[in-house]
Design a protein around this ligand. Structure first.
Ligand code: HEC
Length: 132
């Protein structure tokens, strides 16, 4: 009788052990995501060149500043960052940024296909830098 009980007891121990480890793994992942607030350097380089001019705390472009302020981004809470990233992703997919009117007079402000991909990947939450 005792021996028979050993099997479910063992199974339960293994089960609890597995649960504990996976829970720990999940918690570690959540922490990693929460503290990953900085924009990676290769993404920042594109933003500085193509987006920052209109979207910063000192911008004279009031509409642009109101919609997106990069100076505010890194100190924002993760939930706000994720919402902003989703908005950026949507805006880029629709080809709305930089604004077409602005590009008429400054065509060099347009995103290259590589730059666009970099911003798309980042704003979609992909972590790794694209292969060069
Ligand atoms: C020439 C100035 C200028 C540049 C450069 C520019 N933006 Fe904008 N952006 C604006 C303005 C103006 C608005 C507000 C548009 C509106 O409300 O109609 C805006 C709005 C946005 C919004 C909010 C859209 C919405 O519907 O809420 C996002 C996101 C955005 N820009 C991202 C970017 C990104 C990413 C880049 C770089 C690739 C960029 N912008 C470059 C001027 C600019």
């Amino acid at each position: 009788m005792k021996k028979l009980l050993l099997i479910p007891a063992l199974a339960l121990t293994v089960f609890l052990f597995l649960q504990a480890t996976s829970k720990e793994a999940i918690e570690t992942t959540i922490i990693a995501v929460e503290f990953d607030n900085e924009i990676p350097a290769h993404v920042k380089a594109v933003i500085d060149q193509k987006c920052y001019g209109c979207h910063n705390a000192e911008s004279k472009n009031e509409k642009g500043k109101k919609k997106l302020d990069w100076d505010d981004f890194e100190s924002s809470r993760r939930a706000k960052q994720l919402a902003t990233m989703a908005k950026i992703n949507e805006t880029l997919i629709e080809g709305e940024m930089p604004p077409a009117k602005f590009l008429e007079s400054k065509p060099e402000g347009k995103l290259s296909p590589e730059e666009l991909q970099t911003l798309l990947d980042w704003s979609a939450g992909k972590k790794r830098a694209p292969k060069q």
